[in-house]
Design a protein around this ligand. Structure first.
Ligand code: IYR
Length: 326
């Protein structure tokens, strides 16, 4: 796959395409990042952006993972000590998942966000940004009410991270787009460069096909799931025989194949007894989706296959978590 296509694979949008093409022309030494609030264990929401980081590493870029401890604190995720503990566990799970340890820089937010220069820049941004704008940038990230002062400081700090980590590309789920747009507008006011952003899709809730999977309600798959739990969740997933269910619904089974399985495996084998037509082998998502729509691939077989590939992907992280906790 050529570098531009690899960078763009499964991206929902990039801002701007022209800037990303420029990056793709000369990716070596360029720095991309995702920031994560340390909280809980890794789930498919985290792994979707991690897949993109793995693509970017393959494209020759340097990858930075921001363990956003100060952001998690501002968002009410616990004490600093709890957040640090969770962050260390997250780091171990990311490495187990496939981020190359010696080519990934893990950075704690608190290692630079409390410095004087950063703080003064933050205050300058506070002065330049309306409450309304900061609240809107935060609304999709926070989900609930953004009534605390910490909730408006949070997105401004996220804008500054892009400059202070010396990045060439900001990566995040679509829920981060308003922060990235704010950064594009505000960083030049402080005399800093505009950097492109790449947004991954938000995968629908497994059972309903609606909303976003990684929300606190609903079902998601995490590094903590046993093989049996994972099978159970996938088996109860919404999977109509179409990639485009009516209205706002999505087919989460197909989405998981597209965003999680195909990027990480060369080929997917659906094991079937001979009397049901024997094994099916897929090298790309399109063919699998087409077969599901035509009835060639039964939803139950698709689910069984999905569960076993997802299990393979999360197994090393699950093992790591067990080690840490024992
Ligand atoms: N807002 C992210 C966490 C986060 C991301 C980046 I990129 C930062 O620079 C800081 C924080 C979230 O919703 O998890």
């Amino acid at each position: 796959m050529d570098t531009y296509d690899l960078i763009m694979r499964n991206a929902e949008e990039v801002v701007t395409d022209e800037e990303v093409r420029e990056l793709a022309d000369d990716p070596s030494g360029k720095r991309a990042y995702v920031g994560y609030e340390p909280s809980g264990v890794l789930h498919l929401g985290h792994l979707l952006t991690a897949n993109k980081l793995i693509d970017l590493q393959e494209a020759g870029m340097e990858v930075v993972v921001l363990l956003a401890d100060v952001h998690a604190y501002l968002n009410g995720k616990g004490t600093f000590e709890e957040i640090r503990d969770t962050a260390e566990q997250m780091k171990a799970q990311f490495i187990a998942y496939g981020l190359e340890e010696d080519r990934t820089e893990f950075v704690y937010g608190s290692s630079f966000q409390l410095d004087e220069d950063y703080t003064l820049d933050l205050h300058e941004l506070e002065l330049a940004t309306t409450l309304n704008r900061a609240q809107r940038a935060m609304a999709e990230i926070q989900g609930g009410e953004t009534a605390k002062v910490s909730h408006v400081v949070y997105p401004l700090m996220q804008c500054l991270d892009i400059e202070y980590l010396d990045l060439d590309l900001a990566v995040g789920g679509l829920d981060q787009r308003k922060v990235h747009m704010l950064a594009r507008e505000e960083l030049p006011e402080l005399g800093y460069d505009v950097r492109p952003a790449l947004h991954t899709p938000i995968v629908a809730d497994l059972t309903s096909g609606e909303g976003k999977m990684s929300s606190s309600e609903g079902v998601t798959i995490s590094m903590e799931d046993s093989t049996e739990q994972l099978e159970e969740k996938v088996n109860s997933a919404f999977c109509p025989p179409t990639r485009d269910p009516e209205g706002d619904l999505e087919n989460p089974v197909l989405e998981l194949f597209e965003y999680h399985v195909f990027p990480r495996f060369e080929e997917i084998v659906v094991e079937r007894p001979d009397k049901y037509g024997g094994d099916l082998t897929y090298e790309d998502y399109e063919t699998l989706a087409t077969d599901l729509e035509s009835g060639e691939l039964h939803p139950a077989d698709a689910k069984g296959t999905l569960a076993s590939y997802l299990d393979e992907l999360i197994a090393p992280g699950r093992e790591k978590l067990r080690e840490i906790r024992d």
